[in-house]
Design a protein around this ligand. Structure first.
Ligand SMILES: Nc1ncnc2c1ncn2[C@@H]1O[C@H](COP(=O)(O)OP(=O)(O)O)[C@@H](O)[C@H]1O
Ligand SMILES: [Mg+2]
Length: 389
């Protein structure tokens, strides 16, 4: 008998494909902290790309727990933005809108013959799931937001989807969700967690406890709250439960930076109004105070930015006080406790569209002959001092 030498090559199952690595990187650029959430999404994406998702089940069922304004909804929108170039490439079911069982018709349509049958357009259909597909990516994202508010009828429907990846519509058509990632979010336990972090009620101040201990406690609190509220049947159908953490001061600053970056991008994409702006440290502090708090996390930050930055900028543009190529400095006016706007340096020559911001800054520097501070959107943070108020 001839002996065959065994050829054996060690493999590394932890290496990720470039595609997946790019996805992870892009997600981290949009989502501050919440590494576990990022990982959970990346894992699902990798399984889907490899074609290893199990037939007859959704690609994955993820439950996101944790306090309000910590990024649970945002992470799904961010994934849509990265994968489909559109943050709205998600079918989003706001469970609060389906608190009464009869409202389920808005979701699946009513049976033929029912009054108003033709007028109801079900939200979850095969076509709706496919509408964002690209040549390369036939994946759908379905988000059930704030599921603690769902009616019993919606729960029944959810259980079916999570288990069998099918949904039967009012007119008996079947929807296949086996190429769909399902995200469920809930703020359950969020109040307790905020208290724990020392938001004014504070029995445990964040500084008092070692971080790992506190994280553990935050996670336990959220999962326990979910187990109390949701049935075992439901919990057993989840692939993973991810607990989002309340955003700390430093993280809120990073979120502000990302949001200001988005505003700057919007400004640069307008036809006539391409200019740069920068927000000083005390200006940013003002926005953080207006837009964030312990109870709502970063939820109101966008609104604060719209009100205190975007609207005034729009007025300045409409009245032609700001023009193509200007650099606008946004600062905190202590006396009036609001933001002030000033034009800095000379005009910068801009190409009509699509500008590389860092290059623009260099031009501004060369033209005005002095160091132009780079806009908030482009540079790393300068530490924001706390305002005495
Ligand atoms: N971790 C985060 N990274 C980036 N932005 C965040 C994060 N958390 C919150 N935000 C900002 O706050 C807003 C509200 O967050 P959201 O995801 O809706 O909170 P919730 O956890 O209540 O679903 C988002 O649109 C985003 O602008
Ligand atoms: Mg949400």
């Amino acid at each position: 008998m001839t002996m065959r030498a065994a050829v054996r090559q060690q493999l590394d199952p932890t290496v990720r494909s470039n595609e997946t690595r790019d996805f992870a990187g892009a997600l981290r650029a949009k989502i501050v902290g919440q590494e576990e959430g990022v990982q959970a999404l990346v894992d699902l994406y990798q399984v889907f790309c490899a074609g290893l998702n199990s037939p007859g089940r959704p690609v994955g069922n993820l439950l996101f727990l944790g306090p309000t304004g910590s990024g649970k909804t945002r992470i799904v929108e961010a994934a849509a933005e990265i994968l489909f170039n559109d943050p709205h490439a998600v079918i989003k079911v706001d469970c609060a809108e389906f608190q009464h069982s009869h409202e389920i018709a808005k979701l699946i349509g009513s049976p033929p013959g029912y009054l108003g049958h033709r007028e109801t357009h079900p939200l979850i259909t095969q076509e709706a799931l496919a509408q964002f597909h690209t040549e390369k990516l036939k994946l759908s994202l379905l988000l059930f937001d704030e599921i603690e508010k769902a009616s019993d009828a919606l729960w029944q429907l959810l259980l079916g989807i999570l288990d069998k990846a099918t949904l039967t519509l009012g007119d008996n058509r079947r929807v296949d969700l086996s190429q769909t990632m399902i995200f469920l979010t809930s703020n359950l336990g969020g109040g307790e967690i905020s208290e724990m972090m020392g938001g004014g009620y504070g029995f445990i101040k964040a500084e008092d406890k070692p971080k790992a201990k506190l994280n553990e406690k935050v996670e336990r609190t959220a999962v326990e709250a979910a187990r109390r509220k949701f049935s075992p049947e439901f919990m057993n159908r989840l692939d993973k439960i991810v607990v989002f953490h309340p955003l700390q001061r430093k993280e809120l600053e990073e979120v502000l930076e990302i949001e200001l970056g988005q505003v700057q991008r919007r400004v640069l994409e307008t036809a006539k109004g391409q200019f740069l702006f920068r927000v000083t440290a005390s200006g940013r502090e003002f926005l953080l105070q207006e837009g964030t708090d312990q109870r709502y996390g970063a939820r109101h930050l966008k609104r604060a930015i719209e009100r205190h930055v975007v609207y005034p900028l729009a007025n300045l543009l409409a009245t032609e006080q700001v023009q193509l190529g200007d650099l606008v400095c946004i600062d905190w006016d202590k006396r009036r406790n609001q933001l002030s706007f000033a034009r800095e340096g000379e005009n910068i020559a801009l190409p009509p569209r699509k500008i590389e911001s860092p290059a623009l800054v260099r031009t501004a520097q060369a033209r005005s002959g002095k160091a132009v501070e780079t806009p908030a959107a482009i540079l790393p943070l300068e530490p924001a001092p706390r305002l005495a108020r």
